[in-house]
Ligand binder design. Sequence first.
Ligand code: IPM
Ligand code: MG
Length: 334
Amino acid sequence: MQEAIKVLDAIAEKFQHDFQYDFQLMGAVAIDETGDPLPEKTLESCKRTDAVLLGAIGHPRFDNNPGATVRPEQGLLRLRKELGLFANVRPVRIFEQLKHLSVLKPEQLEGVDMVIYRELTGGIYFGEKNRTQDTASDLCLYHRHEIERIARLAFEAAIQRRGKLCLIDKANVLDSSRLWREVLQSMSTEFPEVILDYMFVDNAAMQMILNPAQFDVIVTSNMFGDIISDEASVLGGSLGLLPSSSAGNLTKLYEPCHGSYPQAAGKNIANPLATILSVEMMLRDFNLLQEADAIQAAAEYVVQQNILTPDLNTENPVTCSELGDAMASRILSM
Ligand code: IPM
Ligand code: MG
């Protein structure tokens, strides 16, 4: 987060903006300080502001304790719900110079350029939960309108891109998935220029590895989107590269797709690029295109120069803060 702010400050200086920050706690640190993963003060601030930039959350202290009743993730889920952030957008872009670091062979990465539209405030994440001593259930409920509004954004994105939209679901088994197909099928007449196809999520997980270039825009439910986007993110060499934006009716939110990487705490080795590229998405949404392009160019520069953290450069890595410094000074010297 510090490096993202550093880069944003460089943008402010370069383009003469005045960004005002209001720092608030969320997640494990908020639990420690207040007992609540999303304190009221934080939520109020998020509702008042023009955009929310969120650091990754999560802590193994909670992950490994299934009995924990208060968890960092609850803060994130509540924030998404409170801000009505139903559309989570996760663009997967591959840096040419990093292809050799991918788990796939470079030739399989040719033409990979996709964006995932993940439904973010419904489905199994938010359905009714039931627990007895020996049973547990999580309901996956979708309303037609919840599917329509994310699908509309995905169709519109497809028009701006290569005109392909793929719905990932499990319609051979799940009723909720069959509703998704029904809704998208009937909407597709409104978007004749978009080629709509469907893929079962198990097959999609495999296709993501076999032939990722086939995907243009993906639209999917909350849970499938969570899983498939982590898978897609490593195509480019590191989960530390994938940014995201979440939109609803109120304030938009920007966050990296990765977790909090607790193993890196205090070591200054985490990759700040996913958060910095989330800032780029934010600037683009504010229609500050030159500013966003400057961040993109600076990111391309550090990648080209191999000014990268240990996840992407094992030989002579830089620290997290050095990467932020390099991008900030690159922006100022443009
Ligand atoms: C993500 C994360 C979150 C999610 C967790 C931290 C609750 O994995 O944004 O992808 O599952 O949505
Ligand atoms: Mg996830």
